[in-house]
Design a protein around this ligand. Sequence first.
Ligand code: ADP
Ligand code: MG
Length: 464
Amino acid sequence: MTDDTWGRVQQDLYQAVGKHNYVTWIEPLEFDAAEDGVVRFHVPTNFIGNWVSRNFGDQIQQHLLRAGVAVERIEFHVPAVGTRKPAGSLAAAANGAPAHVAAEPVAAPAEPRARPVDLPGAPLDKRFTFNKFVVGKPNQLAHAAARRVAEGSSVSFNPLFLYGGVGLGKTHLMHAIAWQLQTDRPDLRVVYLSAEQFMYRFVQALRENGMIQFKELFRSVDVLMVDDVQFIAGKDSTQEEFFHTFNALVDQAKQIVISADRAPGEIKKLEERIASRLQSGLVVDLHPTDYELRLGILQHKVEQYRESYPGLAIQDGVLEFLAHRISTNVRVLEGAMTKLFAFGSLVGREITLDLTQDCLADVLRASDRKVTVEEIQRKVSEHYNMRMSDMIGPKRHRTIARPRQMAMYLSKQLTARSLPEIGRRFGGRDHTTVMHAVRRIEELKAVDNQIAEDLELLRRMLEA
Ligand code: ADP
Ligand code: MG
């Protein structure tokens, strides 16, 4: 194996493990030698070596095999002093770390051990305040709970555990809590950070013999917010430390707010006792946005944008179109809006539906790609225990015709297909049949709870 091969494998690993993992764990590895099926790497510390071996060892080996390296085992060694390549990988790891961490001098090995006790939190995003958070049915509970915590008086639930898919506002709500507390309760020490940053801090403390300070620091906060805790699942020593920090704070009746991409019990490789501890407070989920909430967010954005560009003109129907067609992820929705506004102000004319479709062609295509008519047909058939062939077949019995109409309705809602295109995919039916189905389901949805629930469930499964 050569450095080149390792370079290519690194690129694959980047794709496989994601940027943050890559920067923290893979980038610091230096290919040393390959002999008799053993591939050796240099690592800055034994800790990193053990960690990588435990958490990424198999993946690295698989990618090496795929790249044609005959590897039976991989090993990690801390090189003897003076043998490290000049581009110090420890420094590289520090430089690649999240900006606010890298900016601190503590990451440089030459710095003295003792450092001032600073708050370990991450910077807050100015835009993430309560008054910029649009409340709708899917997020109202989470919002109410966050508001309650933000009042700063002692709260009956601890921890507050917020969970939901990406881009649904978890981070926004946590920052909003922090902002409000900073203003109203400057006496409280409020710390917000991601679980990844928590781990980074922890690893750094271990590396630099700073564990005592680390513990003191985290045990002295009044409100601790840790974002994306799913990240520490499977990372045993970080989990352990997190658990101790958590318990110490709860014992002192300090407030904790946690977020994750799923419910505590569903986080794989999260220790049982930690999961159950996390469930002991209030667990609230942020549901995927619905059409009304998306429209609300879009309108809110337009108002905000108009504050700086009063001339912004948007044709009727554009926001509705976007709310229908762009995914439940608010981040994607915002990205689309920003692009559209920029484009609109650049060409200096009204933002029409045509302009929107041109400007956002790729975004729209990307959110379409998610769901196909065939997938919808398959999911709906499964749900109602009917044959896929009946979706496109001629049977008209209610038990078959109704699910078929629902599938047509969902196809209209979730894909960019036109009515005739949908009709064609349902066994060559006419577009008026599809139109009728869409109307019928819309009516039924309003009066029949079961249908409304089924649709919601199906939509969620399809968009997941
Ligand atoms: P998560 O942490 O759940 O992945 P974020 O909090 O980062 O999501 O939200 C993604 C983006 O969407 C942010 O820019 C945030 O401001 C915005 N956003 C999410 N929910 C709302 C909402 N209800 N109102 C306004 N903006 C929102
Ligand atoms: Mg987030």
